[in-house]
Design a protein around this ligand. Structure first.
Ligand code: 0X9
Ligand code: ZN
Length: 413
């Protein structure tokens, strides 16, 4: 009887451990495919709509622009047949996704670890660090709650203010859960603004009030500890979990490049602001919007500085020329540090039509906001979402150069 009981306990423990164990990606490969004809683009787009077990790490853009697709081992030969039949120009780009995850994960630090930029941090670690800033700089930093999440978390950030009467710059990271370099870069910039003694950085930091939100999809970010490739929110729909929070904002919602299919990675939600994360954050934003003149959103990957708007119809902001000029200046400053090349352009021309994005909403609804960019950080697909931790600091440094340049241009013209 005792033995039976012991057996039952062990079985239940094992079941529980397995159910909560992180998903493994052993021998999952990432292919880099370069479409050379418009037929190939169409074929890849069809596959993207119904990916049948493949995961698109980057979307189908235009001729010559590589697409990155993750292939599970049991579909390897099917996929190779597909490539051959469609005469697609393809290379295995990441041999074993689990290996890359292990390389990144081995260094994840949690709440008790010191905060630095040699490793990625989980949500608790980031939030604990934000609290520590408010304690350390009581006259400059205050913690803020920008909204809430489906699972009951807070969307937490900090306000940095060196004095009264300043315009506001709003910085968001982590809207897509798996893009870990985004929260890491946002916290890097925040730290530099508080600690740097470089005169140019100081002048820029002190020229604005800053609202920093490193991770605006906290449920998703927490979930990436289990499924490293999670992108969306975690609200349950009928057949699948989550909507794409960067398709859910109420400006030209569902006007191209967004899906009404719940299981799609770009599912726009059941209606605009169906996700409590975007709805609550937008309400918070509305309370400060009148003072905001700069809005920056950070994603990965592809090395792009994207200018609104993303919906179909090619609307551009009134100051489109200025946004191109300043964007190019930012890309130039960024490149000067380590040679990293960024492309600057309006969303549809640089990537693809994508409606319902946060920066589009901010710039579209609050027309006085002069500057709105969406950054796609490193890299161009070599590591994709699994950017090695050694690249966090260089990414932070060069992105800070770009942000400083943007503010310098804005402040001087
Ligand atoms: O598709 C997106 O949401 C972004 N690319 S990502 O690979 N990080 O998913 C691009 C966002 C384009 N921006 C707007 N439509 N505002
Ligand atoms: Zn993204």
């Amino acid at each position: 009887m005792k033995l039976l009981l012991l057996f039952a306990v062990v079985a239940i423990t094992l079941c529980y451990a397995t159910a909560n164990a992180p998903l493994r990606f052993d021998n999952y490969q990432v292919y880099r495919i370069t479409p050379r004809t418009s037929e190939q683009i169409a074929i890849l787009k069809t596959l993207e709509e119904n990916p049948q077990g493949y995961t698109f790490w980057s979307d189908v853009r235009m001729l010559g622009q590589p697409v990155h697709i993750m292939v599970p081992p049991h579909l390897k030969y099917n996929f190779q047949d597909f490539l051959k039949l469609q005469k697609l120009d393809a290379h295995v780009w990441i041999e074993n996704v689990q290996k890359s995850i292990d390389n990144e994960k081995s260094q994840v630090k949690t709440r008790n670890g010191d905060f630095d930029w040699t490793s990625y941090h989980d949500l608790d670690g980031i939030y604990a660090w934000l609290d520590s800033l408010a304690e350390k700089y009581p006259n400059t930093v205050s913690t803020i709650v920008g909204g809430k999440t489906y699972e009951g978390r807070e969307i937490r950030g900090v306000k940095v203010s060196f004095g009264p009467g300043k315009k506001v710059a709003f910085i968001e990271g982590g809207i897509h859960a798996r893009e870990w370099i985004s929260p890491a870069t946002v916290t890097y910039i925040l730290n530099e603004f508080l600690t740097s003694d470089n005169a140019t950085i100081r002048a820029v930091a002190e020229s604005r009030d800053w609202h920093f939100f490193p991770s605006i999809n906290p449920d998703g970010y927490v979930y990436t500890q289990r499924d490293r490739m999670w992108r969306k929110t975690r609200k349950p729909y009928k057949n699948c979990y989550g909507a794409d929070p960067n398709r859910n904002w109420d400006y030209y919602w569902m006007h191209g490049g967004a899906s009404s299919y719940e299981c799609s990675e770009t599912f726009a939600g059941s209606e605009a602001f169906s996700e409590i994360e975007t709805k609550s954050l937008s309400e918070y934003f509305n309370t400060i919007a009148k003072d905001v003149d700069v809005y920056l959103a950070f994603h990965s990957f592809s090395q792009l500085i994207l200018i609104p708007f993303g919906h179909a119809g090619l609307e551009v902001p009134e100051n489109n020329d200025e946004l191109h000029r300043i964007g190019k200046a930012a890309a130039e400053s960024l490149k000067n540090r380590y040679g990293t090349q960024y492309v600057v352009g309006n969303i549809p021309e640089a990537i693809y039509v994508a409606s319902g994005g946060s920066a589009d909403w901010a710039r579209g609804v609050h027309r006085h906001i002069r500057i709105a960019y969406t950054f796609e950080l490193r890299d161009t697909g070599r590591h994709g979402f699994l950017l090695p931790p050694e690249q966090i600091i260089p990414t932070g440094e060069e992105t800070l150069d770009a942000v400083v340049r943007i503010l310098n241009e804005v402040n001087s013209s």
